[in-house]
Design a protein. Sequence first.
Length: 581
Amino acid sequence: MLADHIVITAEEIRESGQTSLADLLQTKRSIEIKRNGGPGTDTEVYIRGGNGKQTLLLIDGVRSVSSTSGTAMWSAVPLSQIERVEIVMGPLSSLYGADAVGGVIQVFTKKGHGAPQLTFSAGAGSDGEQAYSAGISGSTEGDHRVRYSLNASHEKADGFSVRPARVVNPSTGSVTSYDPDKDGYTKRSLNGQVSWELAQGHEIGAMFLNSYNRADIDNSGIPVFKPYMVNEVDVYSAYSRNRLSDNWISLFQVSRSYTRQQSFSSATPGVNNSKQDNFSWQNDISIGKDLLQVLLERREESVFNTAQALQNRSRNNNSIAFAYQANRGNHQGSASVRYDDSSVYGSKVTGGLGYGYRFDQNWRVNGSVATSFRAPTYNDLYYAYSGNPTYGNPDAKPEKGKNAEIGVHYDNGRTHFSAVYYRNALTDMLAAEPCANGAPGQCTYNVDRALLTGVSLEAGSRFGSYRLFGSLDIQDPRDETTDTLIARRAKYHGTVGFSHTAGAIKSGADIVFSGYRYDQSEHKDRLGGYALLNLHASYDLNDDWQLFGRWNNALDKKYEFARGYQTQGSNVFVGIRYGFK
């Protein structure tokens, strides 16, 4: 694969001891997160300095992004039901369409393999955290194989106070927020998959995921009652994979995804729902050692919001894409092009070219250029915010990106190293400016520019029973309109750690670190850097049962992702699991 990518396996997920997808992603290179409090609160994931709307989330190949906010509901994705995670850095609009500007994160839920297997886990930890999960999976043997999987999980916590201190407006001296009580959350999810091999080379299947997350929130102001927010993610899909000839595989998929958000922060609850129906037909055609891919796709979106301007809006998008991968000895090349035609913002063409050369079994280099775009959300187009109003602009156009990168990679099976340099120029970025029609407040226009440059380094090695690893991102995510760092992005961030295996005992530690950031644009309100020490360990009681534990932020570092929103201090979690090997 020519694109810069990372794969997080099921074993890595288990060994990490994490219960939050965002906390797991934060330990990987090129990724930063922003969260307004604890694990149950709203979260954004940034790749290579891009914003949360420029990161595309796919769950089993299905887009799961709110059509109104433009971001994914990361806090509602259940880590306990994930089999693996694939992270591809860099623009991929020529393959996946809109919003794949900073990168794509693909989550694959658990599937059935082999004899029937039961799994179970339970644990408890700091701040009243409790987590439980159970599942059954397997597959039949012989012809007409059936694979199945069903998993459920429940998690809750009393939480901690996200805003324990009075936040004072430096201009007026008035208290803008104060809510010292604990902010807990409750999550529950259910996921299932089934597939049936009709004949050799012909398979049909279906999956579903339902995830519910209720989290207490602390908004600006001093509340007169306890506000909370409910986020729900639903994903449904069915597919037919057919080998039409020796060199032609067809995959037809129909899917539907919902994102539902209800905010109970005032006397009038806010509702923010979106639905996306997707129809895709992908054809993989082998030509010798080469591969030609042809994709036809249609996406239909609709939203409902309590805001008058967003009630019962809809749009659709038709796409066709071509990709070609060529292999000639030590040389590898790729080319892709995609045409998207939206009923709202018109047509867009994106493309990409890549080249790689393998010097020997261990060393390789690769480079690529690609274009991308982010579609304007319904909020960008139509929404009217209260207070100091910001209005959507029905004439808003997609943001555009042009990326170039080059990387060198080494892997001898025991030691690996990679270094990637990238330069992503973004234009026509949507921003709030004074309304041209003289209306009070601000309107949304395509006026901003940004330049995201950086070097991403990663290395790891095994020494007997020890594994050492580390990553470092040195970046300059710059708002070219103001010539300042983009808010909430650090100049550097990374991870360093080790793991050790001694018989039935596995243990490890990592330090996640980040430089300073600014909470607002134009270098306002500086947020300090941080270094978090995390510890984890497990002990195999036998072939089926395992004890495990983690200790996050062991040194109790005080830090913030967003000004005025506290993060969790030193916290532990211990548990037991069955049947996960």
